[in-house]
Design a protein around this ligand. Sequence first.
Ligand code: ADP
Length: 261
Amino acid sequence: LSTQLLQAQKMESVGRLAGGVAHDFNNMLSVILGYTELAMHRVPPHDPLYEDLREILSAAKRSSEITRQLLAFARKQTSSPKVIDLSDTVENMLKMLRRLIGEDIDLAWNPGPGLWTVNMDPAQISQILANLLVNARDAIGGVGKVTIETGNVSFDQDYCEDHNEFLPGDYVVLAVSDDGCGMDRKTRDRLFEPFFTTKEVGKGTGLGLATVYGIVSQNNGFINVYSEPGQGTTFRIYLPRHGGALSTAHQPGPATAPRGT
Ligand code: ADP
């Protein structure tokens, strides 16, 4: 079985399992959250029990954040595709993205010249960028720089024979680079796996890039990753250009297994 098929199957079974568990869990967590809050109202703040309850509350809140992400991941992505200009779409999201990464990180925006249209749900672009930027922020862990770029590229048959991770066609590229810690080979090989995370417990779920992967495959795109320890990371997302050559020839299916280079 090819890596991409395996990846697609893994995503699907994990998605189904996660959805079922997350749903029931979420209900039980609401009960825990509700009763803990009630109990906190009945205990005076100087009572040692109050601190214990606060710990329970904060753990339950963290758990509920994880189940929320699980549910978002498991939900079959129902999208409302629209013909949009990628650069305009990103531009409209910059304010939200700046807030997401905080003031220590300089966010540079380099839209390529031209109008690059894709037929895609803008909410999915926002999901891709939010996940990539949170990872960039965590990889930087302080002061640093993140760059978002757009552009376009065409791959012909000859090129794709040499680079079999791509299918021929016209693509719009969305690239996110950071000057963070970068990744070693072991991490690069596994980063799209659902639940793979190197972050400490409670900080990462390992679902961010699995979600990005799901969205990009759904839109017949590809992901390419360049990362080296100490040299930062660049994610390039290739999305079929609307009205571009061959883009309609693509059959819906899993994206090419993303590779680190
Ligand atoms: P999470 O962020 O919850 O860990 P992801 O699927 O988003 O889950 O990422 C998986 C792992 O990939 C991260 O834990 C991290 O080790 C690695 N990673 C992702 N993006 C970057 C990046 N920009 N720089 C360095 N490592 C990264």
